[in-house]
Design a protein around this ligand. Structure first.
Ligand code: C2E
Ligand code: CA
Ligand code: CA
Length: 284
């Protein structure tokens, strides 16, 4: 129990970027649903209760789908359909996050290969939890999945949040460099909500930035959001990094983004996360 509690405090420290976290009463408030979720991961993996939906990523100029983001869901036997916000943070507090990530990666790459061999060019983006960036052997495991499934590594993009990189910058930097050498594209997710964003652009092999939906969804009413978007676009150009806008919910926002020079976007306006079949119907 002592080691377990120490682990929980350690993960909180990493997540929040604090050097010291004292395990206390707030850590004990895990309600029973959370406990149940924590206990049912193993079954979820063996019973294949997790599944993946794909959200289209658009080229606004060409009006074409240029990729998809894989987003996990859990059809839980007693709790019903769970969104990632309900179980990812719990998985991140244990080793389950690694199994989960590798399972999502495998599913997404099998789908990518299926598309690839049929001549449909749809690279997939998979979310890489921050807590994995300091795991031993992560790159080898990811490389093993890519090789086993046999997709060109360029078909895979790994999304990492700023906060994630910050929690252990040295090992994160090493892992990102290794992943880059595998041929995978690295994307900074939720850009603008963490800190020291600029440091990553300077030090790490970043191929893509995703501007957080916070700055996008209400773009039209907020001149300051526009300024932020324009600044990030300028950064993207300077560093030769593709910039995506996340959380585009209306045609007006999509049009405004294009006027501002933002070429790539993702959001409910173009499509919510959907099954692979639905996605194919969308692009045909
Ligand atoms: P994220 O990586 O920032 O993913 C984008 C989230 O925004 C998705 O929520 C997506 O459904 C939602 N979204 C997309 N377009 C719009 C829009 O126009 N408006 C609004 N309001 N929302 C939009 P989702 O699928 O619930 O995922 C939430 C978060 O859970 C993700 O945020 C990601 O951090 C995490 N997540 C999802 N799948 C995985 C996974 O396989 N592994 C890990 N580690 N994390 C995952
Ligand atoms: Ca993401
Ligand atoms: Ca995001």
């Amino acid at each position: 129990e002592l080691f377990g509690n120490a682990d929980i405090a350690m993960y909180d420290s990493k997540r929040d970027g604090r050097l010291v976290t004292v395990f206390g009463s707030e850590h004990n408030r895990t309600d029973s649903a959370d406990m149940l979720i924590a206990q049912s991961f193993k079954k979820a993996f063996s019973n294949r209760e997790l599944f993946v939906l794909y959200q289209p990523q658009l080229d606004l100029e060409q009006k074409t789908v240029v990729g998809v983001e894989a987003l996990v869901r859990w059809q839980h036997p007693t709790l019903g359909l769970l969104p990632p916000s309900k179980f990812i943070p719990i998985a991140e507090k244990s080793a389950h996050i690694e199994t989960l990530t590798l399972q999502v990666l495998e599913t997404a790459l099998l789908q990518a290969r299926n598309w690839f061999v049929r001549g449909i060019n749809l690279p997939v983006a998979v979310n890489l939890s921050a807590s994995l960036l300091n795991r031993e052997g992560l790159t080898q495991k990811i490389g093993e999945v890519i090789n086993r499934i046999g997709v060109p590594p360029g078909e895979l993009c790994l999304e990492v949040t700023e906060t994630g990189i910050m929690s252990s910058p040295e090992s994160a930097g090493r892992v990102l460099q290794e992943l880059y050498e595998l041929g995978v594209t690295i994307s900074i997710d939720d850009f603008g909500t963490g800190y020291s964003s600029l440091k990553y652009l300077r030090n790490f092999p970043i191929g893509e930035i995703k501007i957080d939906q916070l700055f996008i969804t209400d773009l039209l009413g907020n001149p300051r959001d526009e300024l932020i978007v324009e600044s990030v676009l300028a950064l993207g150009r300077a560093f030769d990094v593709r910039v995506f806008a996340e959380g585009v919910e209306t045609m007006d926002v999509a049009n405004r983004l294009l006027e501002l020079g933002c070429k790539y976007a993702q959001g409910y306006y173009f499509g919510k996360p959907m099954t692979a079949d639905e996605l194919e119907a969308l692009i045909n």
